[in-house]
Design a protein around this ligand. Sequence first.
Ligand code: T3D
Length: 264
Amino acid sequence: MNTTFISVEVNQGVMILTLNRPEVLNSFNESMAKETQMALDQAGQDPEIRAVIITGEGRGFCAGQDLQEVLTSETNPTPKPIQKIVEEHYNPIVTKIRELEKPVIAAVNGVAAGAGANLALVCDFVIADESVAFVQAFSKIGLVPDTGGTWILPRLVGMAQATRMMFLGDKVMATEAKSLGMIYDVSENGTALEKSKNLASQLAVQPTKAFGFTKKLLNQSFESNLSQQLQAEALYQAKAGATEDHQEGVAAFLEKRKPHYQGK
Ligand code: T3D
């Protein structure tokens, strides 16, 4: 895949997608958004890829929308309308992450603001360096939260904290984020990517299909009532039960050996 604003590396079943516009804290321009979408498509299509890490180059993870790109100026007299930016850049990224039937880890190496904060939060795992600040920066510039923030944040931290973050736009440091249940883990500064790689390597040798089905169940869990969710569990259990990995898991248990899952 030819890319300019992200780099993509695949190694031992793990794709590392690095946002790469460090001079603007990896804020999203249109091309970076499109390249990110393409990389997520590749992650979905390639059976060899069984876990994905999203991280940032330099001192930031992602500062959200590139605000230069939306400003009307002599060089940019007709910027793309905001609604189109949200619909064409951010919404597909969030959908692709949530629908990817493989685990996605955000290795948050530096500040995560606006769409950048919510990009991290919609991932399945978030590991952040302890000096990282998550900022719902939208209200500071008179916008509403997007990139799935109004969907994921209340689910993670409840209405009171989500409202506080979105109205006040204050910095939520990694340690507080973990204590609020907003992220999975905090790492020593400079180690979020390493820690994420360790987690991804573990996940990439697990029963990938069962993870994909689990994501689907989690995606719908807040919208379903108990009976709908029980029904969905039965259906996805049937699918998981028909996988080679399930056969392997049971055989390995009975033979008292380690399972060798192939994501099939
Ligand atoms: O079209 C739409 O707008 C709809 C889509 C909305 C989605 C959104 O994401 S809206 C929210 C957009 N993001 C922000 O409002 C965050 C803006 N950035 C900041 O508030 C701060 O940069 C941070 C709190 C993230 C970090 O602060 P700090 O002090 O660590 O860094 P800095 O000095 O502010 O930034 C470093 C450089 O990156 C600086 O450039 P310079 O002065 O070195 O040439 C700064 O201008 C640039 N930068 C940071 N964020 C953005 C940016 N340039 C363009 N767009 C940015 N979002």
